[in-house]
Ligand binder design. Structure first.
Ligand SMILES: [Ca+2]
Ligand SMILES: [Ca+2]
Length: 346
């Protein structure tokens, strides 16, 4: 059983699967057309605005988790203080960014035919990965049983063209690639958190525990994060109240005032992913390795993601546990992947 986080495949893999077999990917990362808006044209938001952010005083902490090969060894890290969004970036917030800049997310851009040799042009429809509950219990070794590349799925249409975000303004924005998240952060005068900042903030000063909230899965019998209950991926019993993403702030904040650091949606960090990084990590404000490498998908550029999502449980994708690491291909989004931002002290 896959206990680790094969929570989704790279977007390019999903595209290849849906478009047919026997086609080999020659380029590694599937690229989309470059956004019409270059970063130089994006308008920076109000300088110094920390509305909706929490000040995280710097300090030292124990980073990592011995349970996972790529988060060993436990090591001491020190981070400087920073501001952090109290909650994941919402649909309403992302909509303001798009309205101000005309930004087109990766999932909305035309696919580059050069990345899909042999695939008819009319099959190359922009879209993104959407989780689908399976009809019955399945072997957990193949994520493509529950991940589908859905043409037309993007942040405005989280489950596909027929879905919308109307009435979901306070839900976290999803189908966001690393590039999209970084573009939003730049516009907002912020940046993505480093992996170390993210984990330090998630601990909330409580130290390194099994879960960011402590040692018990259900403190006082209560679910305290939006994760997954029941049988994955065929039967979600929704004991925590939400089958998919929940409005931000639906569960208790941590001692720093941060919501949904555990679960709800995965959150991009600014660090490239390497499974061996902790062996060599600097102790002071680490920012990740200089390059990316994932032995499971060599040649695919990946960034770190943190915190798990509404699809995580002790049965599958246990990387919502404290100190564990997620990863994702740079151009890929999905309906359980979003982000939050940080900013430095002025
Ligand atoms: Ca849930
Ligand atoms: Ca989260």
């Amino acid at each position: 059983m896959y206990r680790f986080c094969h929570y989704k495949s790279s977007q390019w893999l999903l595209i290849f699967v849906i478009l047919g077999t026997g086609i080999s990917c020659t380029t590694g990362n599937a690229s989309r057309e470059t956004a019409k808006e270059t970063t130089s044209t994006l308008v920076r938001a109000v300088t110094g605005d920390t509305t909706g952010m929490v000040w995280i005083g710097g300090g030292s902490f124990t980073m990592g988790n011995d349970e996972f090969p790529d988060s060993r060894p436990l090591h001491q890290v020190q981070v400087d203080g920073f501001w952090m969004d109290a909650h994941e970036v919402t649909n309403a917030e992302f909509a303001r960014f798009v309205e101000a800049t005309g930004y087109l997310t990766v999932a909305e851009r035309p696919l580059n035919p050069a990345d899909f040799p042999g695939v008819p042009a009319d099959k190359l429809v922009p879209g993104s990965a959407v989780f689908t509950t399976t009809a019955q219990k399945v072997n957990l070794s193949n994520p493509l049983q529950w991940w589908t590349y859905v043409p037309g799925a993007n942040w405005r249409h989280p489950e596909g063209p027929q879905s919308s975000i109307e009435g979901k303004e306070n839900l976290p924005v999803v189908h966001i690639s690393h590039e999209d998240a970084a573009a939003y952060a730049k516009w907002a005068g912020k940046r993505l958190p480093t992996e170390a900042e993210w984990e330090y903030a998630a601990q909330g000063g409580r130290g390194n525990h099994t879960y960011y909230w402590g040692e018990e899965l259900k403190p006082k019998g209560q679910w305290v994060a939006n994760i997954y209950q029941g049988s994955f991926p065929d039967r979600n019993t929704v004991e925590d109240g939400h089958a998919g993403a929940a409005p931000v702030g639906s569960y208790p904040a941590n001692p720093y005032g941060l919501y949904d650091m555990d679960g709800n949606v995965w959150e991009w960090c600014s660090d490239l992913y390497r499974p061996d990084y902790y062996m060599n990590s600097v102790k002071q404000n680490p920012t990740g390795p200089a390059d990316s490498y994932d032995p499971e998908e060599p040649g695919v550029v990946k960034y770190v993601q943190r915190g798990g999502s509404f699809l995580c449980s002790d049965e599958y994708c246990i990387r919502y546990k404290a100190g564990s690491r997620g990863k994702g291909e740079v151009s890929s989004g999905s309906n359980n992947l979003g982000f939050r931002c940080v900013r430095d002290k002025d």
